[in-house]
Design a binder for this molecule. Structure first.
Ligand code: AMP
Length: 275
């Protein structure tokens, strides 16, 4: 880790820009798109692979999280990153991280409400990575839309001087958002899962003529009517604040955020309503 810091210090001293892409591995084309974007915009690209235990509120989820280290190393090599940082838990947390971040309202709703401690764990690992790497820019995917808002808040709180770059969701040809968790779907579940993006997309045409409450109800009912799918929540929020809206006029850009169980695999996706 001292080595990593030294290497990054020397790049900064040479006035080279550093793009950081944090991941939890089991890399897919969604992750690679972040690395490609970082490659275009920076002199140096560093990707991290670390399944961060402090952001898992569910031990079973942590246990079953896919881990494909050799394939990840091959993918990082193919993507042309300059540094692959694949630390152990002991390296990142030589002692327990007891920091509690004041993440505010952006972290209280949706994933924050459903997964207690999750965003505090995200803030812990991302703040450590920012401190170690000192990136010029850090790249995150809009699949985890709320996470980006939380990370922006953390960076502001902690005074990190960097650009946080939000990257579009990469999807399979059938519309399913790429996710490390997709490998856990049975063939029947995998066939059902694209309905999530289809149903969210279809709801775009309902707004703004249909009320927010009715759109939420229609989306939830359509998801639940699909075999293998069970909605945990479908919330429509102001893209700037992550706070639920009651009326379309409250937000120039609203985001519909879905968490849906497909069998026992928890999938998230979202769609943007622009007016
Ligand atoms: P993860 O390994 O799931 O923690 O994801 C690492 C980063 O990749 C996060 O910033 C995610 O938002 C992003 N990411 C994951 N899936 C996708 C996707 N399908 N499209 C774009 N970015 C993604």
């Amino acid at each position: 880790m001292a080595q990593l810091r030294e290497a990054m210090d020397s790049h900064r001293a040479a006035h080279q820009s550093i793009g950081l892409v944090p991941t939890m591995g089991a890399l897919h084309a969604g992750h690679i798109s972040l690395m490609e974007r970082a490659r275009k915009e920076n002199d140096i690209v560093i990707a991290s692979v670390f399944v961060n235990p402090t952001q898992f509120n569910n031990p079973e989820d942590l246990r079953t999280y896919p881990r494909t280290e050799q394939a990840d190393i091959d993918a990082l090599t193919a993507a042309g990153v300059d540094y692959a940082f694949i630390p152990s838990v002991e390296e990142i947390y030589p002692e327990p991280d007891t920091r509690v971040f004041d993440l505010g309202p952006v972290a209280e709703v949706m994933e924050g409400a459903m997964r207690p401690g999750h965003f505090n764990g995200v803030a812990q690992i991302v703040s450590k990575l920012f401190a170690m790497v000192g990136p010029t820019r850090a790249y995150f995917g809009e699949k985890d839309y709320q996470q980006i808002a939380v990370i922006r808040r953390m960076a502001e709180l902690e005074g990190f001087d960097l650009e946080i770059v939000a990257c579009p969701i990469m999807r399979h040809p059938d519309g399913l958002a790429m996710s490390s968790r997709n490998v856990r779907l049975s063939p029947e579940e995998r066939a059902a899962a694209p309905a999530i993006h289809r149903i969210l997309s279809e709801s775009l045409a309902m707004a703004p003529a249909t009320s927010v409450a009715d759109v939420k109800r229609a989306v939830t009912e359509a998801l639940d009517a699909t075999d293998h799918l069970k909605t945990e929540y479908y919330e429509i929020v102001d893209a700037r604040t992550m706070q639920p809206i009651a009326d379309w006029s409250e937000a120039p850009t609203a985001v519909g955020c879905a968490t849906v169980y497909c069998g026992d695999v928890r999938l998230i996706d979202n769609i943007t309503y622009r007016f």
